[in-house]
Design a protein around this ligand. Structure first.
Ligand code: SAM
Length: 256
């Protein structure tokens, strides 16, 4: 670890397995002129091999000690370093057609994914390492226990694919759980058919509020039973039984 003590509060599990690192970079398949943004470069496990295949790289890092090391190791011609919290970072300022990558800090993975979803229009694709359990929820099919708010909101906006699993031994320190690499490709604007995305988000949040309850209960404040039936949704169904398109149809029916 070259003298750096991993900080738990920043979700620091550094990649040390060369084979895994090579596999991730191959999955990203960077081309020299791509506009790549790495979230949480840390000690540079991905940064260095990415730079071998890129003219330039943008990185967002929160840990001041790691930022100092990055400044020592890379020139501004090689890497633009943004110091701060990726959760608050305006990715749109870097440009369009972004390829966002990173071995993400697991403690903020869900809010970070929601934050990034807001920049989908500026993104070409994204490749992330996350807890396998989170990736399974992202790509889950309706009717399964993993299908939830994360699945609906991300599947609305992205086509997603779990690429491969990474065991704890690939990291130092080793996390307690398996990890996985996921690819997210934004859907074309024409495929995003929710008329009011804020309402869709509100509806999905309420629907999954209490997973075991029926929709007529969870959605009581937003729509009555007749309103559900009018768009072909059974009031007695549970949130996980609906497809993404059902949520969009219901949200559009509620949009004045
Ligand atoms: N990319 C390195 C690797 O694969 O070895 C480090 C990955 S480590 C799992 C997560 C990285 O994200 C750390 O460098 C950590 O300091 C950084 N990080 C944690 N929270 C962050 C935040 N809110 N914004 C930006 N970077 C963050």
């Amino acid at each position: 670890m070259k003298g750096h003590l991993p900080r738990k509060r920043f979700g620091q599990n550094f990649l040390v397995c060369r084979g895994t690192i090579a596999k991730i970079v191959d999955a990203i398949a960077p081309r020299r002129i791509d506009r790549v943004v790495e979230i949480g470069p840390g000690l540079g496990a991905l940064t260095e091999p990415l730079l071998e295949r890129l003219d330039h790289l943008h990185v967002v890092e929160i840990d001041r000690d790691l930022i100092a090391r990055l400044h020592e190791r890379f020139t501004p011609e090689q890497v633009t370093i943004y110091e701060g919290d990726a959760l608050k970072f305006d990715f749109g300022t870097i440009g369009t057609d972004l390829r966002v990558v990173g071995n993400l800090p697991y403690n903020i993975s869900t809010p970070l994914l929601f934050h990034l979803a807001g920049f989908a229009a500026s993104v070409c694709d994204m490749h992330f390492m996350l807890q396998k359990e989170v990736v399974d929820r992202m790509v889950a099919d309706p009717g399964t226990a993993d299908f939830g708010r994360l699945s609906v909101m991300l599947q609305y906006r992205f086509a997603m694919e779990r690429l491969f699993i990474v065991p704890p031994g690939a990291f130092n320190p080793a996390p307690k759980v398996d990890s996985a690499i996921v690819r997210l490709m934004p859907k074309p604007a024409a495929a995003l058919d929710a008329r009011d995305e804020a309402l869709l988000a509100k509806l999905v949040l309420a629907a999954f509020g209490q997973r075991r309850k029926m929709l007529r209960n969870n959605l009581r404040d937003l729509v009555d039973e007749a309103g559900l039936e009018a768009v072909g949704i059974k009031p007695t169904a549970r949130a996980e039984e609906l497809a993404v398109a059902d949520y969009v149809r219901l949200a559009n029916a509620l949009t004045k």
